[in-house]
Each structure stands twice: as C-alpha cells, then as structure tokens.
Design a protein around this ligand. Structure first.
Ligand SMILES: [Mg+2]
Ligand SMILES: [Zn+2]
Length: 186
C-alpha cells in the first residue's frame, strides 16, 4: 500500500509524528538517565534531512515508567530537555514533545494507540492529523497512525522486526530511509 506520502501537502501539514524509544533514541527500557540518551543508527541524518525538507518534527511517546514509579516527571523533563538540545544541535529542532505518563491499565485516552496526544498536538501546532506522517518501531505506533488517518512508517529495528505483523504503509530500517521516502514525495 504505497500511500499519500507521495502527494503534496500544505506547509502547515508537513509534520512528522515520531515515537521516541527505539525510533529516535535507543530503547533503554524505562530510560531514567538523561546521560543514557543515544541516537538510533542514522537517526541524526534522517531527522536533519526531514527538517531540511520543511517538515516539523513532533514526538509523541508513551512513558508508563511514570505510572510504574520508575522515574519522576521532573526526571522525564530533564530527559526531554536533553533530547531537545541534542536534536537542536544537529539542525533538527523539535516542534513539540508530548507524553502519556499512564500505564496500560489506566484507560486514559492519551496512551498510544489512542489519539488524545495527537489531537492535542494537532490543535496546538495547527496541523491536520490525517496529513501527518507517523513513524514508530511498534505495531501500536502503526495502529496509532492508522487511527489518525496518517501515512505510517514502521522502523524495523531488531525488536520490532521480530514482533511486528506490520500493516504499515512503509517499513524502513532507520530514519534516514524514512527521509529517502519523504524526499521522493517532495
Ligand atoms: Mg518505541
Ligand atoms: Zn495517558
């Protein structure tokens, strides 16, 4: 299913909604130390290319480590501040970071694949969620993008490759390959 990534979109709708762990940075399983942030392979290049193409970069991430008591909101802020600095320093500044602090049993509407944070981001940042490109490393990210009506890309790292029965529009190995696809569309 080669989707509408190849169609032109309005400047306000040039938005990439990215998962955090396993997509932008290495998944440390409840990362609680800002110093442990490390880019996934080719993520820096891919994100900079997306920014250069005029896409706004938005992170939407499930952080149930808060609900589980593994780290505090203040610590999560530190982690996100450092990640934002890292991205800024490579020429790929973020337009926003949105997180769900709940666990699977909390029945919130903000934990992906629910759309609460997508609705919030689209309202605050002024874009049409169905025009976004959603990229993540899990089937729940693909489902999240599908519910939004967005183009979906699965980053098939070793974890997701083994778990996924992906129905993503595109399967890529890293964010640089995602940028390749997006560059063909512009
Ligand atoms: Mg992930
Ligand atoms: Zn939530």
């Amino acid at each position: 299913m080669r989707a509408r990534v190849l169609a032109s979109r309005q400047a306000k709708d040039k938005v990439v909604v990215l998962d955090r762990d396993g997509t932008i940075v290495v998944d440390r399983h409840y990362l609680s130390d800002p110093a442990a942030l490390e880019f996934e392979p080719e993520a820096e290049l891919g994100l900079r290319r997306m920014a250069d193409m005029g896409f706004r970069l938005v992170v939407i991430t499930n952080q149930s480590g808060i609900a589980r008591g593994f780290f505090s909101l203040a610590r999560l802020d530190e982690i996100h501040n450092r990640m934002a600095q890292m991205l800024e320093s490579i020429g790929a500044p973020l337009a926003g970071i949105y997180f769900c602090p709940h666990g699977p049993e909390d029945a919130c509407d903000c934990r992906k694949p629910n759309l609460g944070l997508m609705r919030q981001a689209s309202q605050e940042l002024g874009f049409d969620m169905s025009e976004a490109i959603v990229i993540g490393d899990k089937d729940s990210d693909v489902e999240f993008g599908r519910r939004a009506g967005a183009v979906t890309m699965l980053v098939a790292n070793p974890v997701s490759r083994s778990l996924s029965g992906s129905s993503a529009d595109y399967v890529v190995e890293n964010l640089n390959q995602a940028a390749d696809i997006m560059s063909r569309s512009d």
